[in-house]
Ligand binder design. Structure first.
Ligand SMILES: *Cc1c(COP(=O)(O)O)cnc(C)c1O
Length: 396
């Protein structure tokens, strides 16, 4: 089982259930009543903890969950309600295909090998495989290419007693950036054509789904029957552009209104404590090497969280954390087990004071990749790299 409390850990994670509630409500409003919402819980639920998030999503009546691998699906199955559906969008091996069929786990099919294996395994078990055919529309990652359609159509048509054609799907190559607009538009069009091609052969999927968070917001026509949403449910925008698109299409144009109109709530907060403090004379270098030199007399502190604990080394001299209600800078390189921060501006700072690495103290927030300063992709990366052994406590 998973830990919720571990007093020995150097940091703690809290998961806010009311925040998830708000985000689910927001996404549901975006997609309307007739579109199903699949909550993406891959990457240990974007670092939030699969087990905790499954329970929370189910409590808000979400009954479809998407994962990347059979391993993640297995973890979901250990805790989920029997009626909740699980869909594997990526990896499973041949034996795991049998496991999936036996356990009513849906899975992507994006090549002929997997299709034939699914049919073979379904025959053996005597139960239909519930498949989502992922077609290649331009992402060029997984996805069945058009040249294999005739084979797929033949195999599927001849084996309908072993298959449930549950879904047809694709994934967009960067819907979070307007610079990919033409590429996405082409993908949307191709998906429509491919759907018709299968329909012509009486192969009609139960549902069609293509949209991730960014597509839900910026390309509403991609919502179809179901959307696969991750990052929004955890309270982060896929990119600043996506947020701006949302604001503008909802009539918020004025500068400064942005903050108050962000409908999302961060779910995670990650906290540690000040381990030690030092006064530093002007001109001294901090930590390994010479990447940070004190421009004046400073007060600095160490925090027992480093890259081995999921705080990326790329945040060296870049990251921000909150101490005593103030945003303060990470200075020098992030070490394996600790980082050094500049607390010169914090009054009465002392050992043991709370350091918020992700989350808020009062009105002050840190979102990992603070808007504008760093790539938002850092959110996805840093969240999903949060080590599994940091305790995750769900708070109401
Ligand atoms: C990760 C992923 C999603 C969800 O992406 P978000 O940007 O977090 O909403 C949807 N579909 C596929 C195939 C994915 O890999």
């Amino acid at each position: 089982m998973y830990n919720t409390k571990d007093p020995f850990n150097t940091s703690q994670i809290q998961i806010s259930k009311p925040a998830v509630k708000q985000n689910v409500k927001f996404v549901k409003k975006l997609i309307g009543k007739n579109v199903k919402l699949s909550a993406v819980v891959k990457g240990n639920a974007y670092g939030h903890g699969i087990e905790q998030m499954v329970e929370i999503f189910e409590s808000f009546k979400l009954t479809h969950l998407s994962v990347f691998s059979a391993h993640e699906a297995f973890r979901v199955c250990q805790v989920k309600h029997p009626n909740t559906q699980v869909m594997i969008m990526g990896w499973l091996n041949d034996d795991q295909i049998s496991w999936a069929i036996e356990n009513d786990v849906e899975f992507y099919v994006f090549d002929i090998d997997r299709l034939s294996e699914a049919i073979k395994r379904a025959k053996e078990i005597g139960k239909k495989a519930k498949i989502h055919l992922e077609v290649e529309t331009g992402m060029n990652r997984t996805g069945l290419e058009e040249k294999y359609f005739p084979d797929a159509i033949k195999m599927m048509s001849e084996n309908l007693e072993h298959l449930i054609f549950e879904g047809m799907c694709t994934h967009y190559a960067g819907a979070e950036s307007i610079s990919n607009y033409l590429r996405i538009k082409d993908q949307i069009e191709l998906f429509g054509r491919y759907l018709e091609e299968f329909k012509k052969h009486d192969l009609v999927p139960n549902i069609k789904h293509t949209a991730c968070s960014a597509a839900v917001v910026s390309y509403p026509e991609t919502q179809m029957d179901m959307v696969r949403v991750g990052i929004l449910l955890y309270g982060f925008w896929p990119s600043r552009e996506t947020f701006i698109h949302y604001l503008r299409s909802n009539g918020f144009n004025e500068k400064g209104k942005e903050k108050s109109s962000d409908p999302l709530k961060r779910v995670i907060s990650w906290k540690s404590k000040i381990m030690s403090l030092k006064d530093l004379p002007m001109g001294e270098f901090v930590g390994y090497g010479t990447s940070y030199q004190a421009p004046k007399k400073m007060k600095i502190a160490t925090v027992p969280v480093g890259y081995a604990y999921g705080f990326s080394r790329s945040l060296s001299n870049q990251g921000r954390v909150i101490v005593n209600g103030k945003r303060v800078a990470v200075i020098g390189t992030v070490n394996m087990n600790l980082m050094i921060i500049n607390v010169s501006e914090c009054k009465e700072v002392k050992k043991g004071d709370v350091v918020t690495i992700i989350g808020a103290q009062g009105k002050v927030k840190v979102t990992v990749a603070s808007f504008g300063e760093m790539s938002n992709l850092l959110n996805y990366e840093l969240l999903s790299r949060l080590p599994m052994d940091i305790p995750r406590e769900v708070v109401d």
